[in-house]
Every structure is written in C-alpha cells, then in structure tokens.
Ligand binder design. Structure first.
Ligand SMILES: *[C@@H]1O[C@H](CO)[C@@H](O)[C@H](O)[C@H]1NC(C)=O
Length: 471
C-alpha cells in the first residue's frame, strides 16, 4: 500500500511537528469491507438513510454487538486483535447533468490511536471497553461556525509537490492534484459508565480546550485513547469534469459543504491487547509494526476481506439521485431528514460475489491464492477465452471429466479433481477474486494470482457462505 506511507508521512509532518514526544500507532485499513446503506449504531436493523463505506471485521452487520465483532472471519484492517468497525459516509461526484457517481476511495482508511494523557490527572489512558461505540460529527450540520466539535473534522487538499496546503473545515474549493483527505477526530473523554448513549455522543466529550488534547470535563473524567480517522478519495479523477463556480463533490447524505462530516466507531478490539498497546507502544512515527502486543496480517488477507451487500439498490455507476432520500441540502441551516422518496428501507438477501451455479450442479468453494512458487492449484486442463464466464469454465471442466473448475485473471479457466490442503480457500479472501469476467462484466472471474473455485456437487449443492452476514 504505497499510498499509505506517503499520506501518513504528510499527516505526521502536519500533526506532530509541534509535539514530537506524543506516541501513537496507526492501523492501516485496506479496501472497504462493504459500501452500502448500513449503520448498526445510528439505525440498527434497517437500511440506513445514506451510504457508508465500512472498514474492519467481517462480523459487521445491520445490528451489532461485541460478540459479532469477535466472530469476524476476516478483517479489512491489518491488526489481527482489532475486529472493530470504522465507517464514514461515501463520497459522490455530482455531474453537471445532475447525475451522481461514487468517488473511488484511495485505499481504505488509516486509523490513528494516539496516547494523549489528560495533563490534570495521573495520566492514565484507558482502552474503550467491549461493547463501546460512538459517533463523531453530525450529518445535519451545514454551518461554518467554529466550535471544538466542528474543529475535530477537517479536509486536506493533497498536493504531494506542495505539502502543507492549509486544511479547511469544508470541502476544498479548488482541484486537489492528489485527491482529498477527509479527517475526523473522536472525543477522548468518557463518562466511565455508558458504552453508548441515545445520541451515541453524550457518553463521551471532547477535551475542554481543544478537540485533540488537554483536560477532560468533570462530567467525562475518564481519558480514553484518542482515535482519529483519515480517508483519502480519488477526487482528482474528476478534474476535467468540473463546471460552474462550486466544487462538485457531495457526501452521500446530500452535503456539498463538508460540514456534515461524521464517523462511527464500534469497538471490536481485544481490549487487553489494546490496553497493553496504549501502555507500551511508543514509536514516535506511529509504526504499528513496532507495537509489540499487536499482530499484523498480510495485505492479501485485508484486501480480500469483504461482506456481501444486502440492500437491493444500485449505489455505484451513474445514478439519477443519491441512494436513500438525500436531495442536496447546502444549508447553512441544518439539513432535514427526508423520507418517502421510494428508496428501499428493508434488508434483502445478500448479493453474492460469486455466480450461483447450483442449478447446474456446481457449487462455490471459495477464492484462494494460485501459482504460489509456480505451483498451480488445478493442473488438469485449461482454457483461455475472451468470452470467459463461470458457466463456460464449469462446462469445459465437466466435458474434460473434471470435478473442480477455477477462474482466474478474468479470462482463464483451470480444471482439476482436487485441491491440496494448503491451497484450500481460507477465511474470506473473496475480494481477491473480483475481476470482471472477460465474457460478462456482471460476473467475477478470479483475480491476478487468485483463483475462484467451483466444485461439482451432485444433488446436495450448497455454496460456501461467508462471511455470515448477521441481520
Ligand atoms: C451525465 O453526465 C455523465 C458525465 O458526462 C455521463 O456519463 C452520464 O451518462 C450523464 N447522465 C445522464 C442521465 O445523461
């Protein structure tokens, strides 16, 4: 993830030059787990009002508790002991003709855990407990007013040739050569009792003098580790499509200002490990690999970790309107909740990333790494075809007398009769097998060095279901 190191070093230069003695560690999160209208904190059990991009443990669902985080089969963030979920609103480009399209995220997110003690206490910083959750910011805000809370959210207009461009509390108004970085800081003072609160905020508070440091208020005396998100967006891909006088990006909740930037944190850490990391990790550069209590997992695991979406609606490609009921509300007065626009409100069946071929007696086995050290998972026969689909591949393997078919690299099909134990699909690297088939862009045909496997099933056909998406 080369982009992370670059973005991180810029962030460090900005954030920590004033006080290099403060320690922190950052958890890199890879491509999102899922992008959909889900928000188990603010709107559990239903489709949420707007689209979020969600990172973290695959236990993520529409209703969440701590046990579900712990049941994650994979994790899009790189610390094994952290099965938390982190989410923010998706970003869209608003075209001149009124259509919208998602702005691609650059990586997933970078989550900073900063050890910033309350200077008026014994200095103890605690890990948030199991079941803890909180929200920072509000989607309704459109106001320029500067408060401690509003200062906790900011935007960086990225230009690697001229770092240090001043940050803003609204979307940058000019083109940013390397995209936009959205930044939000969570409250670090806790009431010490409640894991959540009706508004998901009042059990926590910002320090009294600035959003990211200094003493906690008496109402919220317990200092928790300071959590800060950075999410980069490839807004530069739309540079030649600007029009008019205003910047063309909107958050998924109809906010063209950026003041409604908000973020959600749902704790899924092994709390003892997080506490030990807070107490002992002191790398001045925030390098999580220097943080002994935390175990890292490879990119092939984080990149591949995905949850299947289950709201029956289109959220990507050109859209006539933002998903949900989200007309543009520029403010400066608070935005209103709009309902009744006809957008789906219920949770549907998971939309599978594989092709369901159980009707033809083939079932999905999973996605696994291929050609490691030159060794092929399947070596019976093969076919390369510009019209490849899972159906074409399983038919070929069947005709050749094989019982396992594997798709790779958009257009390759491999056949065989068994898969060695060490090549069997592991937890859930489905995200590594999402290359569009050369014969049908609506289906997936493996990836570079990753093979998507189907197996012949006679009568008793049951696609491998993972991860289980709890409702
Ligand atoms: C709107 O403009 C975009 C960008 O030019 C284009 O791709 C899209 O098809 C247009 N949508 C409609 C409905 O005309």
């Amino acid at each position: 993830m080369p982009s992370f190191s670059k973005q991180a070093s810029l962030a460090l230069a900005f954030l920590f030059s004033a006080n290099p003695s403060l320690a922190f560690f950052k958890v890199p999160c890879s491509t999102p787990l899922v992008i959909q209208r889900a928000d188990p904190i603010v709107q559990p059990g239903t489709a949420s009002n707007h689209v979020h991009t969600i990172m973290g443990g695959s236990g993520f669902g529409f209703t969440m508790d701590y046990d579900m985080t712990q049941a994650s089969q994979c994790n899009s963030c790189s610390a094994v002991e952290d099965k938390s979920n982190y989410w923010v609103a998706a970003l869209y480009f608003h075209a001149q003709n009124g259509s919208f399209i998602q702005v691609p995220q650059n990586g997933g997110a970078l989550i900073y855990y900063e050890q910033r003690p309350d200077p008026t206490t014994d200095g103890k910083i605690v890990a948030p407990p199991a079941g803890f959750r909180m929200v920072a910011g509000t989607p309704f805000s459109r106001s320029d007013e500067v408060t401690i809370e509003s200062s906790a959210r900011s935007f960086a207009c990225l230009n690697y040739d001229a770092p240090g461009t001043p940050q803003t509390n609204h979307f940058p108004k000019t083109k940013c050569p390397n995209g936009i970085r959205v930044q939000i800081y969570f409250p670090s003072c806790w009431d010490g009792k409640n894991l959540d609160s009706p508004d998901h905020k009042s059990h926590v508070a910002y320090p009294t003098q600035t959003y990211d440091n200094g003493p906690c208020p008496a109402t919220h005396p317990v200092r928790i580790v300071s959590i800060f998100y950075e999410i980069n967006w490839h807004t530069e891909q739309f540079d030649d499509m600007w029009y008019g006088d205003d910047q063309p990006f909107v958050f998924s909740f109809g906010d063209p200002t950026g003041h409604g930037l908000h973020a959600d944190f749902l704790n899924g850490w092994d709390v003892d490990v997080l506490q030990e990391a807070i107490d002992t990790c002191d790398d001045g550069g925030g390098d999580i690999r220097e943080c002994g209590p935390i175990t890292m997992q490879p990119d092939s695991m984080t990149d591949g970790c995905m949850v299947e979406p289950s709201i029956d609606e289109k959220i990507d490609g050109w859209l006539d309107a933002l998903p949900g009921c989200n007309p543009i509300q520029p403010g400066p007065e608070d935005a209103k909740v709009i309902t009744g626009c006809g957008a789906p409100t219920t949770i549907g069946d998971p939309q599978h990333y594989y092709t369901d071929l159980t009707g033809q007696n083939w079932e999905w086995m999973g996605c696994t790494i291929d050609n490691a050290g030159g060794k092929r998972v399947l070596s019976g026969s093969m076919l390369k075809d510009g019209g490849m689909t899972p159906d074409m591949c399983t038919k070929k393997c069947e005709a050749d007398g094989f019982s396992i078919a594997g798709l790779e690299n958009a257009l390759e099909c491999y056949c065989g009769n068994d898969v060695a134990a060490d090549s069997m699909p592991k937890t859930n690297p489905m995200g590594n097998c999402l290359m569009k088939c050369s014969g049908d862009a609506g289906q997936n045909c493996g990836g570079y060095g990753f093979i998507g496997l189907y197996k012949k099933c006679d009568g008793d056909c049951k696609n491998l279901q993972y991860p289980v998406v709890p409702h």
